[in-house]
Design a protein around this ligand. Structure first.
Ligand code: HEC
Length: 124
């Protein structure tokens, strides 16, 4: 009977792990405030700053916010901003899009990244 206990513990650990991997939009809003808001706004019809407005980001193609002067590199990426694409881009934007004009080193912490991606998904 007792031999099943370690198994249950393992399942609980895996569940806890996947819950945190999904990210927390509230914590992500704080990360965004600290890391991204100098350059990006997040509201519908918001102004483009140093970077393009990120309202409606998830699901749209890179380089398509009207009135924002993107780098050729960003437009040529043809990335579609899915959560998976953001997970690949945000740790090292210049690595993912060589020649991008986003001067930002990246979100290195996996937990913070998951949180900020969860927040970005609420911008619709
Ligand atoms: C120092 C200013 C700056 C900071 C800080 C910054 N960005 Fe950017 N971001 C830019 C610029 C500039 C671009 C346009 C890149 C280009 O055209 O090459 C951009 C582009 C982007 C794009 C592509 C948008 C599109 O429409 O293709 C995403 C996604 C993005 N940033 C997310 C973030 C997130 C999330 C953070 C914080 C974790 C962040 N950025 C922090 C300046 C910044």
């Amino acid at each position: 009977m007792n031999s099943s206990l370690p198994c249950v513990a393992l399942i609980l650990l895996v569940l806890a792990g996947s819950a945190s991997a999904a990210g927390d939009a509230k914590r992500g809003a704080q990360v965004f405030d600290d890391e991204c808001s100098d350059c990006h706004t997040t509201t519908a019809g918001g102004k483009n700053g140093k970077g393009p407005v990120l309202f409606g980001l998830v699901g749209r193609t890179a380089g398509t916010v009207p009135g924002y002067d993107y780098s050729d590199a960003n437009k040529a990426s043809h990335f579609v901003w899915t959560p998976e694409q953001l997970e690949a881009y945000l740790p090292n934007p210049k690595g993912a899009i060589p020649g991008t004009k986003m001067r930002y080193a990246g979100v290195k912490d996996a937990g913070e990244r998951a949180d900020v991606i969860a927040f970005l998904q609420t911008l619709k």
